[in-house]
Design a protein around this ligand. Structure first.
Ligand code: HAM
Length: 413
C-alpha cells in the first residue's frame, strides 16, 4: 500500500469544516482591516530563499526541498511566505500603489523537519504582510489582528513574546559583543552552541542545557543596546499595544529562525501545544525588499500555523451539511428524469444529490435519511413523481415539474 510521505497528512472531509471556518475568520478579520489576498507559486528560485531567509538559517541550511528543473535551474518548494510575497511586490511594481500594500495569504509550505505533533513537512500558514510603512501603528495593528484571529479561533493558553532587534548595524555590533562573551564562557557551553558561535551566536539563547542557560542569564541583551530611534519606535509599538489591551511579555532573548527581521519581533506561543509551542510569529523586516533588488521599503508581517491553531483551538461552530433534496429512482427507466431533476434543483439554488450506487428503493430511502436530506423525490418512468418530506414522513404524488416549486415554497405536502 502506498502511504502519504512521512510528515504529511491528508485533509479529510471531516477536517475540512474546521479549516473552512478558520479561513472564514482569517478573511473576515484581515479584509476588514484592508488586507487583500495574494497567492504565490508553490516553488520559487532557490536563490530567493537563500538571499531572503538567510544562508545561515536552519531553514536554508537543512530544511529546504530543493530540486533542479530540466534546464538545470535550482528550484525550492517554498519554506515560508514572506520572501515570495516580497518578490511579487517587486516583480509587479507594487511600490507604485498606495502604500502600505497590505496582503494576506493562506497557503501550504514545506520544510524537511523531523515530524512530530504540530510539526509537519507540508503545513499551512495564514500570513499577513504590510509592505511600505515604517509606522509603529503598522506593527501594533498587525499584532492586534493576529491576537483577534487567535481569539476568534479559541486558541487556548496564548502568550505574546515581544522584543525589538533594532537595525542591522546595532545587531552586528551586538553580535560581536555576544560572540566575545560566549568565547569568554566557552567551557560552560555545549559543543553545538560552541560550534555555532561565529555562524549564529543568537541561537545560544535557544539552548536548553543548564550550563548554557546559566551563561545566557548573564549575557548582554540586544534590547539594552538599541539606537535611540529604534528604542523610540519600540516604545510606541508597546504604548499602542498597552492601549489596545493586548498583554505581552518582553522577551529580549526571543529568537526566530529567519534572518530578515529588524526592529519589532514577536511570537505567540500556546500552552496547549507542548514542545512545538510557537503558534504564530512575525516582525518587521525593513531591509528585505532592497536585499531582493527592490526599492528600499520598510515592511512588517506575521504568519500563523493553521495546524497549530487547530490543535490549540476551541470547538469551531460548523454549519450542518444540508441536503435539500435526494433524487431517488423507482425503476431504472426513471434514471434520465432523476438526473435532470437533480440538475434543475441545483440551478434553482437547492442542494441536491442523486442516487449513484444502484441501491434498491428501500436502500435509497435509508441513504437519504443517513445524509439528512429534507426531501426525497422518487422518480418513476411516467410524468408523476412522489415527493416525501423526511421529517414528517408525508408523501404525495406530483407532476415532476411541480417538485422544485413545492420545495422552494417549503409548503407542507
Ligand atoms: P515561522 O515562525 O517560521 O515564520 O512560521 C510561522 C508559523 O508557522 C509558526 O509559528 C508555526 O505555527 C508554523 N510552522 C512553522 N513550521 C512548521 C512546521 N514544520 N509544521 C507546522 N507548522 C509550522 C515565518 O514563516 C515567517 N514568514 C513569518 C513572517 C511573516 N514574518 C514576517 N512576515
Amino acid at each position: 500500500m502506498i502511504q502519504a510521505p512521512r510528515g504529511t497528512f491528508d485533509v479529510l472531509p471531516e477536517d475540512a469544516a474546521r479549516r473552512e471556518m478558520l479561513e472564514a475568520q482569517a478573511k473576515r478579520i484581515l479584509e476588514a482591516a484592508g488586507y487583500q489576498r495574494i497567492e504565490t507559486p508553490a516553488f520559487e528560485h532557490t536563490e530567493l530563499f537563500a538571499r531572503g531567509v538567510g544562508e545561515a538559517t536552519d531553514i536554508v541550511q537543512k530544511e529546504m526541498y530543493t530540486f533542479e528543473d530540466g534546464a538545470g535551474r535550482s528550484l525550492t518548494l517554498r519554506p515560508e511566505g514572506t520572501a515570495p510575497v516580497c518578490r511579487a511586490y517587486i516583480e509587479h511594481g507594487m511600490h507604485k500603489l498606495a502604500q502600505p500594500v497590505k496582503l494576506w495569504y493562506l497557503s501550504s509550505f514545506f520544510r524537511a523537519e523531523a515530524p512530530q505533533r504540530g510539526r509537519y513537512r507540508q503545513f499551512w500558514q495564514v500570513g499577513a504582510e504590510a509592505i511600505g510603512s515604517a509606522e509603529p501603528e503598522t506593527d501594533a495593528e498587525l499584532i492586534v489582528l493576529l491576537a483577534e484571529l487567535l481569539d476568534a479561533l479559541g486558541v487556548k493558553g496564548t502568550r505574546l513574546h515581544l522584543t525589538s532587534l533594532g537595525i542591522p548595524e546595532t545587531r552586528a555590533e551586538y553580535r560581536e559583543e555576544l560572540k566575545a562573551y560566549l568565547r569568554a564562557h566557552e567551557q560552560q557551553l555545549t559543543p553545538e552552541v560552541r560550534d555555532r558561535i561565529d555562524l549564529n551566536p543568537l541561537r545560544a539563547f535557544d539552548a536548553s542545557d543548564p550550563g548554557t542557560r546559566a551563561v545566557m542569564e548573564g549575557a548582554p541583551k540586544l534590547l539594552d543596546r538599541l539606537a535611540a530611534d529604534d528604542a523610540q519606535h519600540f516604545g510606541q509599538v508597546r504604548a499602542l499595544l498597552d492601549e489596545a489591551g493586548v498583554r505581552y511579555e518582553l522577551d529580549p532573548t526571543l529568537v526566530r529562525g529567519l534572518d530578515y527581521y529588524t526592529r519589532t519581533l514577536f511570537e505567540f506561543s500556546s500552552d496547549a501545544l507542548g514542545a512545538q509551542s510557537g503558534v504564530a510569529g512575525g516582525g518587521r523586516y525593513d531591509p528585505l525588499i532592497e536585499q531582493l533588488d527592490g526599492p528600499s521599503t520598510p515592511a512588517c508581517g506575521w504568519a500563523a500555523g493553521v495546524e497549530r491553531m487547530l490543535l490549540a483551538g476551541g470547538e469551531l461552530p460548523t454549519s450542518p451539511s444540508l441536503v435539500d433534496l435526494y433524487v431517488a429512482v423507482a425503476t431504472p427507466a426513471g434514471a434520465p428524469g432523476a438526473f435532470e431533476l437533480a440538475r434543475e434543483a441545483r440551478r434553482a439554488g437547492l442542494s441536491a444529490q442523486l442516487e449513484l450506487a444502484g441501491r434498491s428503493l428501500k436502500g435509497q430511502l435509508k441513504h437519504a435519511d443517513r445524509i439528512g436530506a429534507r426531501y426525497v423525490a422518487i422518480v418513476g418512468d411516467g410524468s408523476e413523481t412522489s415527493l416525501k418530506e423526511m421529517e414528517s414522513g408525508e408523501q404525495r404524488e406530483l407532476a415532476t415539474g411541480e417538485v422544485i416549486p413545492a420545495i422552494l415554497r417549503g409548503s407542507r405536502l
